[in-house]
Design a protein around this ligand. Structure first.
Ligand code: M6R
Length: 615
């Protein structure tokens, strides 16, 4: 969480920073701030609230600077207020810092600094770091780069930082560990953009360097970019080409990114299948994991690690891999896995799923599994992200940038990759017949078009949202492949509309949650045709017997559930194992409309951030 941005070049810095912060606002929006060198002086503006509040605060006063840094915050240490907003200044006021991450040993460092006479203004861990750097600079009589290096050697935790120095307006210093930092190299190699991800850079340059852990970069107007690590070894910058297009970062006529992203799913699933599902040849090829195919075919166990929506995609993966490929699967919350001393060894395959590729808990789970010798495969959306780089192999989901904090198209793309993987392995392994494999490929190929058909029920879903928008609670039920979809439906409603919602396996309802059902309780049931259809119909009857309101997702032409339910949403039929890709879409739309009708900030829900880079 937190977005950081920096610029050094020949263009006015303020518009670059503000635009960059707006692009990074999905990472946190508790406060925003910038520091710019104007006429040899460091000018600092920061305030509680969003980037728009910062713009009002600056009120056109920054005009002439060409170097600066900016920050949008998701609060960890200290409440969201003006003082805790970044940038933070050193004692002399000549150094300012922006930071994404957590300095874990900040309490010890703080005590030492206070004992040495430093006066700290904020509650943040970040302020400690800039005081420490200046303290070292003074005591050891070293230059800023060396002071940063020495300070970082004494820091425990995660950081992506950029430091600006009033005495050296031609230079910015940046460093990273466990939080992302990308450097864009502008034309002529004397213009540099620094940011938490590539979205603020795309309109200026395609040439980027992803900083590695414990590396420190110096960008200088005359000498260019140089990198060394905290052990003081020089590194050669590896310049990569960005593939993101600017249009995908705009709302494209939609009211919210979330709605745009829901509607992009036919295209994003198609992009995810492209070149991988070969109908003519009757094959599945996932280039990124080709070298690990045999290992997967012979795997005795696969463990998925992920958080949030990606965890639910992992649960769908469990059903897919066990049903099709007959490989035992465990799905773990990364945050639990990393601290519970898991039994894991060289024969295990760990599949980490993450949209952002930056989730701190998932990264830590990977590191743990790696240390124990497991093979690590990644399923990530953000190209070049930390998880993508840390894994042994992996498949990108190719969903394109997901800006809305609530994950939608990333989920369906993750499930699409998992389906391709499970089908491909199952076929190679012989655990499904040739004919089932080919039938499934044909069906999978038709999913983008079927998602299009699901999106056509938009108006009907809006009407249902209007009826239930004031509910205090909601229950989501699914069975088999749709149980994880029920969990995901409940999470979507919770996170953007703040209605308490729970997902349950439909048959578990009678073991407790049924006590909650009364005429006020909306129960969303995924009741599509398939292995558990009759059982789910019985569960619906149990809800109706207690006067609960049933909103059922059914297949076209189902008259049985239509009779029973208060409202039905009809979607096309598909294979059991592909139902998650269709049935989740109406639930996404429903959450979206409920949130809009309740006046919630759909794209930036309270207390949340898109990529959770702290544990
Ligand atoms: O980037 P990741 O997929 O690793 O993120 C995991 C979760 O933080 C994320 O899915 C979160 O739950 C979303 N807000 C869900 O909509």
């Amino acid at each position: 969480m937190c977005g950081i941005v920096g610029y050094l070049g020949d263009n006015p810095v303020y518009p670059v920073l503000i635009k960059g912060l707006a692009r990074l606002e999905y990472r946190g929006y508790d406060s925003a701030g910038i520091s710019v060198i104007e006429n040899g002086k460091l000018e600092l503006y920061k305030c509680k609230g969003k980037v728009a509040d910062l713009e009002r605060h600056v009120n056109g006063k920054l005009q002439s600077g060409f170097v600066g840094i900016g920050h949008t915050r998701w609060a960890t240490h200290g409440p969201p207020n003006d003082v805790n907003a970044h940038p933070h200044a050193s004692d002399s006021g000549k150094l300012h810092i922006i930071h994404n991450g957590i300095i874990e040993n900040y309490a010890t460092l703080k005590e030492e600094l206070i004992n040495r006479g430093h006066v700290l203004k904020s509650d943040t861990d970040t302020e400690i770091l800039i005081h420490l750097i200046e303290d070292i600079q003074m005591r050891e009589r070293v230059d800023l780069l060396e002071a940063v290096r020495m300070a970082l050697n004494g820091v425990i935790g995660a950081y992506a930082i950029v430091i600006i120095d009033a005495d050296h307006p031609d230079t910015l210093i940046a460093a990273k560990k466990s939080s992302p930092l990308v450097i864009g190299i502008g034309e002529g190699h004397n213009e540099f953009y620094l940011a938490s991800d590539a979205t603020p850079l795309v309109e200026y340059t395609k040439n980027v360097v992803y900083l590695e852990d414990e590396e420190i970069a110096v960008v200088n107007r005359k000498t260019g970019l140089s990198i060394r690590n905290i052990k003081n070894q020089e590194k050669t910058p590896y310049i990569q080409e960005l593939e993101i297009q600017l249009e995908v970062l705009e709302k494209g006529g939609y009211d919210h990114f979330m709605l745009k992203e829901i509607n992009e799913q036919p295209a994003s699933i198609r992009d995810c299948l492209r070149g991988r599902l070969q109908l003519q040849k009757g094959s599945v090829t996932l280039g990124g994991i080709k070298d690990y195919e045999q290992k997967l075919v012979h795997a005795k166990r696969i463990i998925f690690v992920a958080c949030g929506t990606s965890y639910y995609a992992g649960l769908v993966g469990e059903y897919l891999f066990e049903d099709l490929a007959r490989i035992p699967v465990e799905v773990e919350y990364a945050s639990e896995f990393r601290y519970r001393n898991p039994i894991i060894g060289e024969n295990d395959i760990v599949i980490a799923i993450s949209q952002s590729g930056e989730t701190a808990d998932t990264l830590a789970a990977i590191e743990l599994a790696k240390a124990k010798g497991a093979t690590i495969i990644g399923i990530c959306n953000v190209v070049g992200s930390s998880i993508a780089r840390l894994t042994d192999a992996g498949s990108y989901t190719h969903a394109g940038p997901e800006i809305g904090v609530a994950s939608t198209k990333a989920f369906t793309a993750q499930v699409t990759v998992l389906t391709l993987m499970a089908l491909g392995i199952a076929h190679r392994k012989g655990s499904i017949s040739d004919s089932k494999f080919h039938r499934s490929l044909v069906e999978l190929d038709s999913i983008p078009e079927k998602v299009n058909q699901v999106l056509e029920v938009n108006a009907q879903i809006r009407d249902i949202a209007n009826i239930y928008k004031d509910a205090d609670n909601a229950l989501y039920l699914g069975r088999g492949f749709t149980y994880p979809v029920a969990l995901e439906g409940a999470l979507k409603l919770k996170e953007i509309s703040y209605i308490h919602a729970e997902g349950y396996p439909a048959a578990e309802m009678k073991h407790g949650p049924i006590a909650l059902i009364d005429e006020e309780m909306p129960v969303f049931v995924i009741a599509t045709k398939g292995a558990s259809y009759e059982k789910v119909v019985s569960n619906i009857q149990e809800v109706k017997a207690r006067k609960g309101k049933v909103i059922a997702i059914i297949n076209y032409g189902d008259t049985v559930v239509k009779e029973l339910a208060d409202h039905t949403i009809e979607i096309p039929e598909t294979d059991d194992c592909l139902v998650p890709l269709l049935s989740v879409v109406p639930l996404q739309l429903l959450s979206y409309y409920v949130a809009v009708m309740r006046g919630c900030n759909v794209d930036q829900p309270r207390n949340l951030a898109k990529s959770v880079t702290v544990e």
